[in-house]
Ligand binder design. Sequence first.
Ligand code: IVH
Length: 484
Amino acid sequence: MNDLEKTQQKIETLRAEIERHNRLYYLDAASEITDREYDQLLQSLEKLETQFPEFSTPTSPTQRVGGAPLDRFDSARHAVPMMSLSNTYSKEEVTEFKRRIHKLIPAESFNYILEPKIDGVAISLRYENGDLVLAVTRGDGTTGDDVTSNVRTIPSIPLRLADLMPPAVLEVRGEIYMDIAGFASLNEQRQEAGLEPFANPRNACAGSLKLLDPREVAQRPLDAIFYATGQLDGVSFETHEQMLLSLKNYGLRSTPTYWLSEKIEEIIDRLDELENMRHEFPFEMDGGVIKVNERRLYEKLGYTAKSPRWAVAYKYEPEQAETTLHAISIQVGRTGVLTPVAELEPVQLAGTTVKRATLHNEDEIRRKGIKIGDRVILEKAGEIIPAIVKVLTEKRTGVELEFTMPTTCPACGSETEKRAGEVALRCINLQCPAQVKSWIAHYASRGAMDISGLGEALVIQLVDSGLVKNPAELYALKKSRCSG
Ligand code: IVH
């Protein structure tokens, strides 16, 4: 082997090693190396690829975010149409689904398989000889947007399948979603930046996929789960379960849990069990999907104009609670943004007691017609952030009060301003104690400097006593002054 061949081999080995660590991290949640070691591997690969550009390839792990922003998305035709599911809202309708199937294939014996219905954005990925070549949104089912460069930035999606003998064509279909915790911090950031927050993780996900600059998409906490196939060439699966397991072997994430049974009654019972698991998933689940497990029966059962006859969705109700809005308080954030917060009569919702809910900004309060004293319906957007989704105007007694944002900052009395292009109101005083407190608390938080022991209570004391006016002053604190 000459030197050049050795280099090429080294590059290939590094890539395979990085891809393996990716899978360990994203699929198995069992990393063998630290983030730092991972970065070092990636850097060595980057260095070699810069030195030997003849060996660079678009499927290298260094090439997730590449190229300039797009002007617009091209449209792409689906090799096999992307269908939808028919919905059911009662268990009786699920039994009806079973009866229809038995009428069509009375002599067959088969299993049902139940899996979560992920509330995200449908996507179809196309791998040719193991390489990711195309990612297309559902669109009208026949043609969608080519969002390949955005989808490539999603770290859990392999650019190359983990198989030495990959099929000529493997199209997988699934859902791109925004991680619930990631959604919460993205909205917080947007609010701090004076931008309109997203209503829920699905909107945030759809909005992210529509961004024209993949570098921006790479900053969004997106992930994906796959549960169906499109065109296949050089591979076939006997059952849905076998397909799910194979996807995992290819390095593609599939549904985190499923149930198999030949009895629909048992599957119906599992629907409640699945619903109770709602908060254990990192995505929003809006139902369960019941499918026939044996793929050979798909063609026999056939399709309606929009959906297959071998599958059905059972939709869960969104979790809601009714309560009273006692007051609207104002929070001043790190960048001075004034955020109205609903102070509520405590109520149980999705397993926690909710006392406060963000109202985002004044426009939102107007849009929803919220008044102080109203009876309101709460829902958890992103399962963790409670939001007021509706006002029960029929329950008004006439004592409810219109809310207006203060013209001055409630923390320091300074003037507020609305910057061009922003929805938020800001306090203009950089020394505003509320701003300083959130600034320091943010600086000390786990995502930033991670200063242990510097919690909210201590930050309040330090700022109120005048000892600290900015993060730099934390380092000038003397022991005697702290304790004295
Ligand atoms: S199967 C040919 N399985 O829900 C049928 N869809 O409301 C392919 N969805 O279009 C779909 N989780 O975007 C299937 N486990 C799951 C799903 C799922 C979410 C989405 C999908 C579908 C829509 C129908």
